[in-house]
Design a protein around this ligand. Structure first.
Ligand SMILES: [Fe+2]
Length: 238
């Protein structure tokens, strides 16, 4: 069975379409999405519509989905102080995101267990411990062991940092950060996702995949949204 795991789309329809074309050409059986579909991009409604129309999808909520869905003035001010371009993007997003998509992300679970051929998989956004916890390529394995100690899965998929990486831990657990579709922080800024292939006996292989898309165009569109600090957000795409 072939499963594509995607995360952190951040309202980037062009990047999502490029990845879905690639996924379709590889004939996958299922798609898992690890959240952050709406906030701080250019097309939250278009992105959400595509995601909702996907068949064979398992999806969980990301921390920024929660920010859009459970918005408060206090949360907005905090976001503006901590990371200005994200805070102002959120403020602008709230003017355009359709209520039905806010409701959709509000009702998503924070994590999900799925068992296939005896392989127990957990989907999380940040870590099994916390929705906005970071698992980076240089996070010490002892720390990651603590983050996953209460997970009963053999294989854990996460996103959130926008940087792909993977760990085979001493505890026997495998942890894979799939990277980001919509605002990849890799050197080339291209969308990154993971292909999981599960054999009949439960053994598996995982491979990170990437695809090219017009990131310069997306950067220009985001700059033209013209909210405060939109130029800073635009720079993150190129
Ligand atoms: Fe994200």
């Amino acid at each position: 069975m072939k499963i594509a795991i995607i995360s952190d789309i951040h309202a980037n329809t062009l990047a999502l379409e490029a990845v879905l074309n690639q996924i379709n050409s590889l004939k996958v059986d299922k798609i898992f999405c690890l959240g952050d579909i709406l906030m701080a991009g250019y097309d939250p409604n278009g992105t959400a519509k595509i995601i909702l129309e996907l068949g064979n999808l398992e999806i969980i909520q990301g921390n920024t989905d929660k920010m859009v869905a459970c918005f408060s003035q206090e949360l907005l001010e905090k976001a503006k102080n901590k990371f200005p371009c994200m805070g102002y993007a959120l403020e602008d997003d709230l003017k355009i995101v359709d209520e039905k998509y806010k409701k959709f992300v509000k009702n998503l679970p924070e994590n999900k267990y799925i068992e296939i051929n005896g392989l127990k998989i957990q989907l999380v956004h940040g870590s099994p411990r916390k929705q906005d916890e970071n698992i980076y390529p240089n996070t010490p394995t002892e720390e990651i062991e603590k983050m996953v100690e209460n997970s009963s899965a053999n294989l854990i998929f996460c996103g959130h940092t926008h940087l792909p990486c993977g760990y085979s831990l001493e505890s026997g657990k495998t942890v894979v950060n799939v990277g980001s579709i919509g605002r990849s922080m890799t050197q080339d800024k291209m969308p990154c996702w993971a292909m999981l292939e599960i054999n009949d006996n439960g053994t598996f292989q995982i491979e990170h995949k990437t695809v090219k898309y017009d990131n310069k165009k997306v950067s220009e569109i985001i700059k033209s949204r013209n909210f405060k600090h939109s130029d800073d957000l635009a720079k993150m795409y190129v």
